[in-house]
Design a protein around this ligand. Structure first.
Ligand code: HEC
Ligand code: HEC
Length: 326
């Protein structure tokens, strides 16, 4: 009997040690994803569109500016994208790098293809898989080019952001391929015409502004979508940015009994977005969205109004420090 227990214990120890060695020797995978053939432009209209996207609906600025400048960015200042946002979560400490054209610390040495690949495939310049903070895979060619063109047009700022650090869990996710390159599921469009139509609203809500990514219930560990789209219920437990608060996203379908905007009008929807942040540490990038113009806000409203109403009660969206999400 004793012998059997010893043998079993030895097997367990071997498996554990084997897994530790496996993770530590194989997490550092470099992916050889090909580069999208997109090239930056110096056309001022293209650069202006890129700037609008970066500080507005695509909200790159809400992460790629220094954390002590976030309030200023929220209030409309064009702070350079010199990096600095960092989020500490179980897989590691993730840091948003410097996206100004500085040669050593920014994207000065990146090719257009390297920047485009990060956005389309979630693969960094060095081939590392990027954690899925940036689901812009199906952004149109025209908009990706506009963003790269704007990034190149900025003044270079020297600011060394320390690299992302993975915990053992993060390394295990990388080694097992759970964090890996993530390409577009559909062929990205060349152009999506900007107007206040449902088609453009759909593009904004699902891709550029990614309302769907937060207003749909998801598995907190895998990120997998488990709820009805736009019916809310995604949980945001306290993190190093939320000052102890937790959040749950509301249902933004037009269901009369449970949809938060069902009783709003186009005018009140636009006014709510213009007024920006109400809850200081809400994860929603209200400041960036407050820069969206009327055409885009109308498109969003019309798209959300066109969706099937889904009945799903989200009783509370803001939780005080210490308060449990039921
Ligand atoms: C929610 C926060 C967030 C938003 C929004 C965001 N980023 Fe990032 N970005 C990050 C983080 C964090 C990393 C590093 C991730 C990692 O190390 O796995 C990153 C990495 C990158 C990289 C990779 C650089 C390299 O090493 O190759 C590029 C390029 C980039 N972001 C561009 C953008 C652009 C362009 C936008 C807007 C269209 C954007 N990001 C929006 C947080 C964000
Ligand atoms: C990073 C996650 C995130 C993203 C992206 C996001 N939201 Fe939210 N949203 C939340 C959370 C959490 C709340 C609840 C806290 C609050 O009201 O700020 C919320 C609240 C709201 C509300 C209710 C506001 C109120 O005053 O009652 C509306 C409407 C809304 N979001 C619409 C949108 C739309 C439209 C988009 C895309 C343009 C979007 N959200 C993108 C997380 C997000």
């Amino acid at each position: 009997m004793k012998k059997i227990i010893l043998i079993l214990l030895s097997i367990i120890v071997l498996i554990v040690v084997g897994f530790l060695v496996f993770v530590n020797t194989s997490y550092d995978v470099r992916h050889e994803q090909s580069y999208p053939e997109l090239a930056a432009s110096t056309d001022s209209a293209v650069i202006a569109r890129g700037k609008y996207l970066v500080y507005g609906p695509a909200h790159c600025a809400s992460c790629h500016t220094p954390m002590d400048k976030m309030v200023a960015v929220d209030q409309g200042a064009d702070i350079p994208l010199s990096g600095g946002w960092s989020l500490q979560i179980p897989p590691g400490t993730f840091r948003a790098p410097n996206l100004t054209p500085d040669m050593e610390t920014g994207i000065g040495s990146f090719t257009d293809g390297e920047i485009a690949r990060a956005m389309r495939y979630a693969v960094a310049k060095d081939g590392r898989a990027l954690f899925p903070f940036m689901p812009f895979q199906e952004m149109s060619d025209e908009d990706v080019v506009a963003i790269i063109s704007f990034l190149r047009s900025q003044e270079p700022v020297k600011n060394m952001v320390p690299p992302t650090e993975y915990s053992f869990l993060g390394k295990a996710l990388l080694a097992l391929g759970a964090i890996g390159p993530e390409g577009p599921k559909n062929t990205p469009p060349k152009v999506v015409k900007k107007d206040s139509s449902v088609v453009y609203g759909k593009y904004l809500a699902n891709i550029v502004a990614n309302c769907a990514g937060c207003h749909t219930e998801r598995d907190l560990k895998s990120g997998e979508f488990i709820g009805e789209k736009f019916a809310g219920g995604m949980q945001f437990p306290p993190d190093n940015l939320s000052q102890g608060y937790s959040f749950v996203s509301p249902n933004i379908t037009m269901d009369k009994s449970s949809g938060v905007i069902a009783s709003w009008t186009e005018e009140s929807f636009i006014a709510r977005f213009r007024s920006g942040r109400v809850h200081k540490t809400s994860p929603m990038p209200w400041g960036s969205y407050s820069r969206m113009d009327e055409i885009e806000l109308k498109a969003l409203w019309r798209y959300l109004s066109s969706l099937d109403p889904i009945q799903r009660e989200v009783a509370q969206t803001v939780f005080e420090p210490g308060e449990e999400i039921p």
